[in-house]
Design a protein around this ligand. Structure first.
Ligand code: SAM
Ligand code: SF4
Length: 383
């Protein structure tokens, strides 16, 4: 049976954080119910298309899924179960914010089958939490980890952001602040850490603050120093890096995210969600009203129906595969695309090897540590 991943987008947040441009809105309970009805219809619409597939990962992300009524999370998982075939060991992740969970909610999530929680901690430095506009303090964030564990879910990811600038009255993030945050998180024994560099996204409050000169982004050297220090600290504490931004205790890699990096099939439900299914890539419009108004004709809210050419599939395979520390297998590439990797990209490979940006060991091509720092440059070479 072919394997399939599902992403379910929950486009609601209690309040928008200053840095985030993921599609989400502040909701009323009426909007929530209308949205869930539309979502269930979209899931149902895949019944026939997914014959022959077995779902082995589900990721309920957002937005803030923990901000929904738990009964609605139950309805989503029930509908997936009714419509599609789930593997016995399906990884079911849900994103949660520290300020919108309690033990009762987590017990309910667990009873619906959720077996992994991804918690948005971002930082445990009070000044930084204020700068980025979070609704929780550091004690509440640590308490959230303990609550999730006490409810019986041990497979926890913590999202951490580095490269956060200061404001006129508060200092920016320092390497020490990053290490302090990681130290406290690691003491809670989370299984997985996503370690993201802050990206200044157009249209966010932070972007506007930067335009007005109210904040100054950190320079590239400071950003890299934070990345190196964080990476080393995690590695010294038993976490291994399996992707540019992802670290875990061995055996706790995120099965779902690996699908994105290996070109495996996945379907996204909800506005903003992307799919890669049956050799097509498409996404749903990021507009909840268009999404809900067209719930009986799902094709109306799909965009960019793109049939991937062989060249774009090869590029994606290389770009996504190189994000992962294990790199890509030349034999797999050659078999999958009936091509000769080393001949096809001879010039690029010579240049990247000469600049020590990739390494080739027998059948495996990987980014070097240096290549990881300029990964976008390396990827572009294969375009
Ligand atoms: C879509 S968010 C959902 C998580 C959840 N709502 C929360 O905030 O706790 C997933 C993660 O993306 C990361 N993220 C969002 N915007 C980012 C940005 N501009 N730069 C770097 N990381 C970002 C944050 O770490 C966040 O936890
Ligand atoms: S980081 Fe999470 S809580 Fe903050 S706006 Fe983005 S999705 Fe919402």
């Amino acid at each position: 049976m072919k394997k399939l991943g599902l992403y379910v987008h929950i486009p609601f947040c209690e309040r928008k954080c200053n840095y985030c441009d993921f599609y989400s809105l502040v909701k009323t309970s009426e909007v929530e119910n209308r949205y869930i009805n539309a979502l269930l219809l979209e899931i149902k619409s895949y019944k026939d298309k997914c014959k022959g597939y077995e779902v082995d990962s589900i990721f309920i992300g957002g937005g803030t899924p923990s901000y929904l009524k738990p009964e609605n999370i139950k309805l989503i998982i029930q509908e997936i179960n009714n419509t599609l075939l789930l593997s016995y060991d399906c990884e079911i992740t849900m994103e949660a914010n520290p300020n919108s969970i309690d033990k009762d909610k987590v017990l309910q999530y667990k009873s619906y089958g959720i077996n992994r929680i991804s918690l948005g901690i971002q930082s445990l430095d009070e000044n930084i939490l204020k700068t980025i506009g979070r609704l929780h303090n550091s004690d509440e964030a640590l308490e959230a980890i303990r609550i999730i564990k006490s409810a019986g879910i041990d497979n926890i990811n913590a999202d951490i952001i580095f490269n956060i600038p200061g404001m006129s009255n508060t200092p920016g993030q320092s390497v020490q602040s990053i290490i302090d945050t990681l130290d406290k998180i690691i003491k809670e024994k989370v299984k997985h850490i996503s370690f993201y560099s802050l990206k200044l996204e157009e249209g966010t409050p932070m972007f506007l603050m930067e335009e007005k000169g109210l904040i100054n982004m950190l320079d590239d050297d400071t950003e890299r120093a934070m990345y190196y220090a964080g990476r080393e600290f995690m590695e010294n504490n038993g976490y291994y890096q399996y992707e540019i931004s992802n670290f875990c205790i061995p055996g706790f890699e995120c099965k779902h995210n690996i699908k994105y990096w290996t070109g495996a099939a996945y379907i996204g439900f909800g506005p903003f969600a992307h799919s890669c299914f049956e050799d097509k890539r498409y996404n749903n419009i990021s507009d909840i009203n268009i999404y809900c108004d067209n719930s009986n004709n799902t094709e109306r809210y799909r965009q960019l129906n793109e049939v991937l050419s062989k060249e774009s599939k090869m590029f994606e395979y290389i770009m996504l595969g190189l994000r992962m520390n294990k790199g890509i297998s030349i034999d797999d590439f050659n078999y999958k695309f009936e091509a000769n990797f080393l001949e096809l990209y001879k010039n690029q490979i010579d240049k990247l090897l000469n600049n020590n940006l990739i390494a080739i060991d027998k059948n495996i091509v990987k980014l070097s540590k240096r290549g990881m720092d300029v990964s976008n440059y390396v990827f572009e070479e294969f375009l």
